[in-house]
Design a protein around this ligand. Sequence first.
Ligand SMILES: [Zn+2]
Ligand SMILES: [Zn+2]
Length: 383
Amino acid sequence: MHRFLYRRLLLATALCAAPFAAFAHSDGHSLSENALVQPAEVVDCTLENGDAAKCNAYTVKFIPDGLDIGPFCPATLDDVGGVWDWDGEKAGLYRIDRAYLEMLAGLGYQFYDDDGAVNVFDIRVEGPEADHECIAGTLETAADMSIRALIPITPVMAASPTPLGTVAKVGMALDGVPIFADAPSVLDTGHMPALDTCGGHVDPGGWYHWHATSTDINTVFSAEDVDATCAHVLQDETAQFGYAFDGFAMFGSVEGDSAAPVGLDACGGHVGPLPDGSGEAYHYHSSDSFPNLPTCLVGVVAQDNFSTTAAQGIGSTSGLGGPGGPGGGRPDFSAAAAALGIDVTALQMAIEAEGGREADLAHVAARLGISLDALQAAMPPRP
Ligand SMILES: [Zn+2]
Ligand SMILES: [Zn+2]
């Protein structure tokens, strides 16, 4: 019954959008009012390829009104937390419970003490004390905290797809929650940024975001045999989940008639009939394996397409290591990231995780799995 009503709602949304467009595009109706700080607006923007374009600008809250989140880290071995996509030996998607944590301990990653209390730290306000801790984040509840995202209205195909590396920006969900690619690996940081069973968690900036297609994540739990259920996000494997930052729509794992999508490209998209029946266009589909998101973007994204008013974290303007940051503004690591062939956000995260402007570049290089020489050669000079 719920699913039926939800599809009716989606249909209504489609009907009030533009009549027919060659590409599925974001429009003023497309993100939930529960998340928007102000109505969506159309603004001039510049695409990464230098083209002038029109973008929808969305200003959203640190979490949409009414969205339940968690649990993330279990307090003890007898409690059950969220999920984690472990990429070491015995790799797979796991429920964070006693069996999983004891398995990790056997692999040299012990996240609990002798009494069975799980090591947890709140990444927004403190650092870890032990070698291996489960990361929990608390929400920034300041009323003026907001996130601004820019999404091209008319998508433009890129010359070649852009891979989505660790914490790369994927898109915006229709519920107004940002979507990112893989969270940082335990193998890189030693710590586990636990996700809840709908695939989200809190950034160091205090805002909630997705690391999966949350409206179709139960399909993944079923396919990967994980004892978890996303209870607070309505599941619909045909529904649109959001818009990628290149402007193309992202849908669940099947078409509107429940048939499997055919002819998907390497990113997980294809040109075909939209599941809501509104026409034919390029769109992405989620998969049944975690993270069930596009693995690359075929289109061109807008420059400076993600910023927050948060004091820290992805997209913050206060610099990476503290107020002002190097040179009094946000240092531009785009050129360095491009020279190194890595995602700029992954570079920023690695620098931030190693102490921001005081970061030891040897540690940053080790975290990214690149040589110190290459990193030093690519980095902008320090002030
Ligand atoms: Zn994250
Ligand atoms: Zn399709």
